[in-house]
Design a protein around this ligand. Structure first.
Ligand code: HEC
Length: 107
């Protein structure tokens, strides 16, 4: 039993981030995130956006702290097999990959 527990702890943490993060480009708010969000999300999600297209009032990504508070929801809606954000689509796969690397591996 003790051996099994030790093995479980030594292995992958179950989230699959090891495979994603090993060797991935170092990705941060400054070198990727801020520019990505401005280009693809902030037309509707900035607190100051003149027309938010009904984006929820509290879903704003104006600074790094807000982004981390929303990180799980951003991963759910803008990465994975069937992203729903931005609603009009048009984001390159490579940018979605970098978004996932940033929010799962970076800081
Ligand atoms: C054209 C306007 C528009 C753009 C651009 C846009 N969104 Fe949205 N977003 C919305 C609207 C409207 C909703 C609410 C309806 C819904 O959830 O589908 C929403 C909801 C969300 C939510 C869920 C908020 C909640 O309360 O759970 C997240 C997270 C989100 N968007 C992230 C993003 C990200 C990340 C991007 C850029 C990659 C983005 N959005 C781009 C309009 C937009």
């Amino acid at each position: 039993m003790i051996l099994l527990l030790a093995l479980a702890c030594a292995g992958d943490d179950g989230t699959g981030t090891d495979a994603l993060c090993d060797g991935a480009p170092v990705t941060t708010y400054d070198n990727f995130g801020a520019g990505f969000l401005t280009a693809n999300c902030e037309t509707c999600h900035a607190a100051s956006a003149p027309d938010r297209h009904d984006a929820p009032a509290d879903a704003t990504f104006d600074d790094e702290e807000q982004v981390w508070a929303w990180a799980d929801a951003i991963l759910d809606t803008a990465t994975g097999d069937a992203p729903t954000m931005p609603p009009q689509g048009g984001v390159e796969d490579d940018d979605r990959y970098r978004l996932e690397v940033w929010l799962r591996c970076g800081g």
